[in-house]
Structures are given as C-alpha cells and as structure tokens.
Write a protein that binds this ligand. Sequence first.
Ligand code: ADP
Length: 251
Amino acid sequence: DVSHGQILYLEDVQVSFDGFKALRGLSLTIEDNELRCIIGPNGAGKTTMMDVVTGKTRPDAGTVFLGQTMDLTRMDEAAIAQAGVGRKFQKPTVFENHTVWQNLDLARATDKRWFKSLRARPSAQAIGAIEATLERTALTDVVQRPAGELSHGQKQRLEIGMLLMQEPRLLLLDEPAAGISDDETMQLAELLNSLRGSCSMLVVEHDMAFVAALAGESGRVTVLAEGSVLAEGTLAQVQSDERVIESYLGR
Ligand code: ADP
C-alpha cells in the first residue's frame, strides 16, 4: 500500500527484452522532495527503470505510482510528462542557435504553437519565472549568448533550467555530471541541492564525488544490480556493503 509523503513508488516491476530480464522485481520508494541518487554497474537496469517511470517502456508486471494516486503503469509518455515528470538525458539537448533566454522562453510554452509563443511578448509573470531560473542555474551572465556557445556544464544547467520552467514534481537525471569539469560538477551539485523543496529528484550517476556532494552524510543512496535493488542506505553504508563491493569489482 502507498502511504503519505511519497512521490514515486515502484513495486515488483518486471521488464524483459527477448527473454532477458532487465528489471526483475524492482521495488523503490522516493519520498516527497527527496533527492535520491541511484548507482550501480553497467547493465544494472538504471536506464530501463527511468524508461519505465517516463512511460517509454511498459513494464511486463508490477506497479508504478506518482504520488499517492496516479497510476503511471498504463499511461503514455506524453501524459506522464504532463503529470509533472521531467527527464534529462545524458547529452544536453538545447536549441543551439537560440539564446539562453530564448531556450528558457521556449521551454515555458506548453502548447504546440511554441513558434508563435517565442514571438509573442512574454507576460510579466513569465519574465519573472525566466529571471528566477537564470539566477538558480547561474546563467544570468550568458543570457544573450547562443546556447551553442556555452560550456558543457552550462548547457547541462540550461537544460535543467528548461525542465524547471515546466514546474515538474519529479525530475529524473541521467548522469548529469558525465563529461564536465570538476568545478562545473560541484556547481551542478549546488544547483540540484538548491532545488530540494521545490521538486523531487532521482539522479543516476557514476561520479562518486558528485554523489557524495548530493547525498551528504545522511541522504539515501540506492544501489541497483541485475535488475533489482541490491542495497540502500547512506553512501558510507552502501560503499562498505560486501555485496555492493562484489557487484562492482566482479565485472
Ligand atoms: P544501465 O542503465 O544500468 O546500464 P540498462 O537499463 O541500460 O542498464 O540495461 C539493463 C540490461 O537490459 C542490459 O543488459 C541491457 O543490455 C538490456 N537492455 C536494455 N535495453 C534493451 C533493449 N531495448 N533490448 C534488449 N536489451 C536491452
């Protein structure tokens, strides 16, 4: 049963590809406003899990709930996005030829006439939302630059800003720190930490310094292996877990 204060609830989720079990009974609960890091070796099922939550892959069995009442299991991708689930893929996808401001403005448009909405003058409320997002993502200085000229880390922050413009309830982030400098990695950790309280986040990541910056000493970290949860606890707890050490070193 689903108790209060949960944003995401997976129970016994199964996914097979041609007989291969990518998820074999995955159960996971994310609390409201929690920032949960998910780690695990390649092939553990991390991408498949995010595909299931966003509706890209339909589970063969099991249950996926957003909040207490919304059954995502049979909803399609568009409806799940509409319900407030945002996803950031590993590679930043921004409109390279548009400025930072225009990217955020475009991200705000929720209907299909976004070409028009770019030309329409944004409301004072929309301007306020864009300015707040610029500040949050530390992109105010580059607001008039084409997104194509930004550093990789700035692009990652811009894409997160674009997702924020949709006011998501839950953000899924796939290795956001991959390929960015140490400084920008810490800046990204600062950004995600600052979003606590405004949305829940599920971050799949390999960079342990980044995970440490997000989880701190008391944040919960989930380790996936072979399609289910191998361990869950603080970073220190899971890093000293024999089964976790084995699942990483055994490959
Ligand atoms: P991770 O993201 O943790 O590396 P994935 O979810 O990508 O793991 O993959 C889990 C397992 O499922 C892997 O063994 C992968 O080869 C397999 N898999 C994932 N997607 C497909 C697919 N579309 N068809 C066949 N096998 C897949």
